[in-house]
Design a protein around this ligand. Structure first.
Ligand code: E4P
Length: 219
């Protein structure tokens, strides 16, 4: 499973990218609005830091406008993936962008039929939002299981990106199901790597090593 970071914060991306284990980035207008620099500048910097797919979202709501914006966003770098909303106009835009060789991420997916439409339109990625479904009392991960099964049945190549991740359990379950990508907020990304028993175990090993060194020196 690929790990993407769900952020537009260049410092968070730089820090995580140092590990060499960030496969891509997802941004959206809300994430970009939190940052101080102009959107295009931020996207350029992100594309330099991460060679994998970087999703950048259109804000037009008609297909013509989305295609215009998508073509312009794709000029930023070859790793830009254009994010279009899962509405009829968005799907029209996905088809046209695909003819241009531009990859798209169909975002705001909340149902299996929507995911089928995205795949049939030729989306490179579909983004079901699990956390936002959990928020309204619907099990988000059940949607991922269903989409995985339906895509497998028809051998759709569209990648399933688990979005709106709120905690490590979402990531673990995404991996169990066989989702292609999890896009993870920086805080959750760090939490995934950490385990208190790793930290206390390492501390103990180092203490014992120092003790043995002292004893050895005394003999
Ligand atoms: C995905 O591409 C979105 O940016 C993101 O996962 C939305 O998550 P939220 O529900 O925490 O805003």
């Amino acid at each position: 499973m690929k790990f993407f970071l769900d952020t537009a914060n260049v410092d968070e991306i730089r820090e995580a990218a140092e590990l060499g284990l960030v496969d891509g980035i997802t941004t959206n207008p809300s994430l970009l609005a939190k940052e101080a620099a102009p959107d295009r500048e931020i996207l350029e910097r992100i594309c330099e830091l991460v060679p994998g797919p970087v999703s950048a979202e259109v804000v037009a709501t008609d297909a013509e406008g989305m295609v215009r914006e998508g073509r312009d966003l794709a000029k930023i770098a070859s790793n830009i993936v254009v994010k279009c909303p899962l509405i009829a106009e968005g799907l029209k835009a996905v088809r046209i962008l695909k003819e241009d060789g531009i990859r798209s991420n169909v975002t705001l997916c909340f149902s299996v039929p929507q995911a089928l439409f995205a795949a049939k339109a030729g989306a490179y990625i579909v983004s079901p939002f699990v956390g936002r479904l959990d928020d309204i009392g619907t099990e988000g991960m059940a949607l991922i299981r269903d989409i995985r099964q339906v895509y497998r049945n028809y051998e759709f190549q569209t990648q399933i990106l688990v979005a709106s991740i709120r905690n490590p359990l979402h990531v673990i379950e995404a991996a169990r199901i066989g989702a292609d990508i999890a896009t993870i907020p920086a805080k959750v990304y760090q939490a995934l790597l950490k385990h208190p028993l790793t930290d206390s175990g390492l501390e103990r090993f180092l203490e014992d090593y120092k003790k043995a060194q002292k004893l050895g020196a005394a003999v």
